[in-house]
Design a binder for this molecule. Sequence first.
Ligand SMILES: [Zn+2]
Length: 225
Amino acid sequence: MKRLLLKFKPITPYVISSSLSSEEKKVEFYFGINPKHKFIPPSTIKGFLRTAAVYSYSTESCEFISSTLMMKNGIKPFTLTCADLIDPSNYDQNIRSIIEQTKKCMQERKVRIPCIICRTFGNTKVRGKMRIVKVTVDSNNESLEGKLEEISNLLFSWQLSEENRKALTVETSKSEIKVEILCEDDECVEVIKNACEVINKGLVRLGRFKSRGFGRLTVEVEEIP
Ligand SMILES: [Zn+2]
């Protein structure tokens, strides 16, 4: 087992949305049992790293290859993983054809199934090799209470045509995020490090409203004994 410490430093504020939608259309951070305890869910960080890793291993990733094929075939891309390549029974003829083409492409590129992304992060059928142990913000606290700022008057183009348009208020943070990860082996460590390089290039951002400039971060990786 190897232990990694990732230190994320925001360049622009990030928004982590709550699953609760409110009347005033405010986007808040997640909260658990105590509504005052707002936090960043580990699953959000895992998804963020996974997306970055897919960019880093695009030619070897089930997700990247299948979504490229979907676009080529005029299908709106959605996420397929190696679990779907192993068991395509949930899908119709069109998607099964994409699955077949994806498998063929992976075979030609000598990529084994599950691919490096699914081996690292897992899917519905495979247990991943990385575990997020702890997510803390700023010092040693996991709660974002008192570290949030509101940004108001965000308008989206689709709202401009509405008569009673309401601007959106979002809760944001610029707190540093520390993430402790356990990796089962060297391959897992390498994938996480490469994902971090992608994040540092600004190719992948954290949280909602990335297209409006939110969630640009840099990240430092440290191996801890
Ligand atoms: Zn895969």
